[in-house]
Structures are given as structure tokens and as C-alpha cells.
Design a protein around this ligand. Structure first.
Ligand SMILES: [Zn+2]
Length: 194
């Protein structure tokens, strides 16, 4: 079921987001592996996003997660020595706006440093909590929409100075047993239908 060929950046990002929704439902239901139901969700969402009958919801919902989860590190859950972390690092054009800011403890913050989120995760050989990945993917989609990159070929973005690395966007998600949703929040699925 995994795929590795994408005609455009749009297709790759929507595929990743559809996989995220699939993973989300499986983690919510405490499944160890994906089943038909999850694959159906992924297929429906991917098709809906591609034919524009479905849309990724705004970052507003992710801001609500931030309110509910309170003051804790988004990466490890620690409540100690918190600071504000830029999801897209400032050096690469990440903004000082709420969409791009989350709490991180000092340990995670200094470990991440100036690295891109996925680069950092890759480095640590781990996969981000789904809620952080959701915010991240939305930021990537917004960035690509704002900069007219959605219909570029995936290869065109490789090696470019961007706040994310297209080759590190997950297109094949781990089994749900290996995933965490967030520190302690389980929000509802995050799409809207027209
Ligand atoms: Zn932390």
C-alpha cells in the first residue's frame, strides 16, 4: 500500500496528511496495526483532498490543542524549564506567530537546535508525536501554497533553501503501536467536508 512516486508536491503532502489521519484513527482506537477501516479513511481523504472536495482544516484547531495540553513540552511532555520553540526555525523564515510556536523544554530545545523538526527526528531515529506532525504538515502546506510550490515536481524542491526538507516528509508511517498522539491530548479527526 505504500507508495513512493508522486507527480507533485501537492500529491506528496496530501498523501502524508491522509496517512496522518489514518494513523490518528488507529492510535485513537488503540490498534497495534492498520486495518481495512484505516486504509479506507486514508483513501477517502487523499481522494477528497486531491479533488478538492475536502480541505485541511486551519491551524486554529491545533491552537486549541495547545490550550488544552497546557504548559508542557510538546516533544517529551516535561513541564520543567519550558521555553518557546519555533516549529519552522527562524533562520529559515519561520515566523514569530502562534501557528509556528510551541512549548519545548530546554533539553528538547537545545537538542533540536536549528534543525528542521523532521531532520531532528531523523537524527534521533524517532517519529514525532502526531499532533506536532499535524501542525508541521499544515505549516508546510501553507508555506507551499503561499509560495506557489504545490504543483512543482518533488525533485524541484530537493536541495532548495526551505524551512522544511521535502525528502523528509513522511510518506510511510510506522505501525500505530509505535506512535504517540501527543503528550496527553486526543482531539478529534481534523478535516472538514465541503
Ligand atoms: Zn522536552
Amino acid at each position: 500500500m505504500a507508495r513512493d512516486k508522486f507527480d507533485s508536491v501537492r500529491e506528496l503532502l496530501y498523501w502524508s496528511y491522509a496517512n496522518l489521519a489514518m494513523a490518528h484513527t488507529a492510535v485513537e482506537r488503540r490498534q497495534a496495526r492498520y486495518g481495512t477501516f484505516n486504509y479506507m479513511i486514508r483513501a477517502k481523504l487523499f481522494k477528497g483532498l486531491m479533488d478538492r472536495t475536502m480541505h485541511i482544516r486551519s491551524l486554529f484547531d491545533d491552537e486549541k490543542v495547545k490550550l488544552v495540553s497546557g504548559n508542557r513540552c510538546s516533544y517529551c511532555g516535561s513541564t520543567l524549564k519550558l521555553s518557546v520553540d519555533h516549529v519552522f526555525c527562524q533562520k529559515m523564515g519561520g515566523k514569530d506567530s502562534g501557528d509556528n510556536l510551541i512549548y519545548a523544554c530546554r533539553t528538547c530545545n537545545s537538542s533540536k537546535g536549528k534543525k528542521d523538526l523532521m531532520e531532528w527526528m531523523h537524527h534521533r531515529n524517532s517519529f514525532p508525536p502526531l499532533m506536532i506532525l499535524r501542525r508541521y504538515l499544515k505549516l508546510v502546506v501553507c508555506y507551499c501554497e503561499d509560495n506557489g510550490l504545490m504543483d512543482c515536481a518533488v525533485d524541484d524542491l530537493k536541495g532548495r533553501e526551505l524551512p522544511f526538507r521535502i525528502e523528509l516528509i513522511p510518506i510511510d508511517y510506522p505501525d500505530p503501536a509505535e506512535l504517540v498522539m501527543a503528550v496527553d491530548v486526543v482531539p478529534s479527526a481534523n478535516v472538514r467536508e465541503k
